[in-house]
Design a binder for this molecule. Structure first.
Ligand SMILES: [Zn+2]
Ligand SMILES: [Zn+2]
Ligand SMILES: [Zn+2]
Length: 459
């Protein structure tokens, strides 16, 4: 039984220290009194339901003991009476604060692994039910997470373990969708990691969405956009322009579709004119102006394209001529690219646009009641800071340096992984790992990262 009691007590103490010393870093979301807060706890609160029931003989019996308590592990039955009719949660929602001071007091007292607040404004944020809260609008938020990007490094640094106790098979990458190769089981725990590559891809995507779509297409100025690093695998974009607050879920979905390049009609952008083929130039509005660049990106990577459409071979053969034409200003569809007609170019454009579009976690933007991580809080999955960034700061931002919260001291930890080594990771200029079943003395940030990740114990 791994209860991690010492580890949790230690993390809680360190997080508390952080909140005591970094009060000013913790954000006060505007109109704080209209926001719902959600706080994750280190432990689970449980409550056993008590009620009366008729047994098979028609006799009235009482079920459950009605007790409540807390535990460090998620339990499935009441520790007192064994009833399985219990509620277990490590979440508190419907919390409200009226000031930065009261928020800080709570954070210092709980030192929680995660704290979130609603992107929405409510008249009664602490009401228990959504319809009672009275929604008054919401920021437009985007979550760009390495989980949703197709990144190669997942194969190297993520791993899974079969949850079947008799099996416990492990492997690298994402859990096998066809089931455990050893026992056929479908239930896995997975260990997600972060590296320069996947966080770099998430950052590039964030910058693209801000520059090309929010600023470029929707005309939202940079002072109305707040960015932040999530403290783990991605970035968030928040649009704080009152013009977006009242957008309903449907309108938000349209923005998602636009950014993702879904439902793109290429016939208005790539078409036949007399003897020649035309493509919209870069001054065009919205996707019209981006299609040439999307095609350039697509054709640059054409050698790794696995489709079998009729235009694939000709395009591979005439790759440089195609690029040469598209890189001109205004761009052209080069006549030297033989055997690729206007219909084919239209097909290619649809694929190119879908590839070029921003990758966002759809439910986050779509759901007008969503909660987002509080800027300046700590992420309990890493011990890193949820870091506020403006557009002019993100290019130089290094999550493995600039989001490090604990810069002092050292700690000896035992890396508990016994089959698949804990991958290499970087803190500042230093590279650590890989580690397998060993005791290591590490700088505090590195040790806390491993403890937060659940792969090391305090030795
Ligand atoms: Zn009970
Ligand atoms: Zn298995
Ligand atoms: Zn990676």
């Amino acid at each position: 039984m791994s209860k991690r009691v010492r580890e949790i007590d230690f993390l809680r103490l360190k997080f508390q220290e952080y909140y005591l010393e970094n009060k000013d870093k913790v954000d006060t979301p505007n109109k704080i009194h209209m926001r719902e807060f959600g706080i994750e706890r280190w432990d689970y609160a449980w409550k056993c339901s008590q009620r009366t029931e008729q047994d098979e003989n028609g006799k009235t019996v009482s079920v459950g003991c009605g007790q409540s308590g807390t535990t460090y592990t998620k339990i499935a039955a009441c520790p007192n009476c064994g009833s399985s009719d219990i509620q277990v949660t490590n979440w508190s929602r419907h919390i409200g604060f009226r000031s930065h001071d009261s928020l800080i007091k709570e954070l210092v007292s709980l030192a929680p692994p995660s704290v979130y607040h609603s992107a929405a404004y409510y008249s009664y944020p602490v009401a228990r039910h959504m319809h009672e809260k009275q929604w008054q609008g919401a920021e437009l938020v985007f979550d760009i997470d390495a989980d949703h990007l197709e990144v190669e490094c997942t194969k190297d640094h993520d791993s899974w373990k079969c949850k079947n106790k008799e099996c416990s098979e492990t492997g690298k990458g994402n859990p096998p969708s066809e089931g455990c190769p050893s026992c056929g089981g479908l239930s896995f725990s997975s260990r997600k990691w972060v590296c320069n590559n996947c966080l770099g891809k998430a950052k590039d995507n964030t910058v693209k969405i801000v520059d090309e779509f929010l600023a470029g297409d929707l005309g939202i100025t940079s002072e109305k956009i707040v960015l932040n690093y999530s403290g783990h695998r991605g970035y968030h974009i928040r649009v704080l322009d009152p013009s977006v607050f009242k957008l309903n879920a449907h309108a938000r979905m349209e923005i998602i579709h636009h950014i993702a390049g879904l439902g793109f009609n290429s016939q208005k952008i790539v078409f036949q004119q007399g003897q020649g083929r035309v493509i919209s130039d870069r001054n065009g509005m919205g996707w019209a102006g981006k299609t040439a660049d999307a095609l350039v990106e697509f054709i640059r990577n054409i050698d790794s394209y696995t489709g079998s459409e009729r235009w694939v071979q000709p395009l591979k053969k005439h790759k440089s001529e195609a690029l040469e034409g598209l890189l001109q200003n205004p761009p052209i569809l080069s006549r030297k690219v033989k055997q690729v007609g206007v219909k084919s170019w239209q097909e290619i454009a649809v694929l190119a646009v879908a590839n070029y579009g921003g990758e966002i976690d759809v439910p986050v933007t779509h759901d007008i009641h969503r909660v987002i991580r509080l800027i300046g809080s700590l992420n309990g999955k890493t011990g890193f800071e949820v870091t506020c960034l403006h557009r002019d700061q993100i290019d130089d931002f290094d999550p493995f340096d600039d989001a490090i919260a604990f810069k002092e001291g050292e700690l000896k930890v035992r890396v508990s992984e016994k089959t698949i080594a804990v991958p290499e990771f970087r803190i500042g200029d230093d590279i650590f790992g890989p580690y397998l079943d060993q005791v290591v003395e590490l700088p505090m940030a590195a040790a806390m990262f491993l403890i937060c990740k659940g792969v090391a114990r305090i030795d």
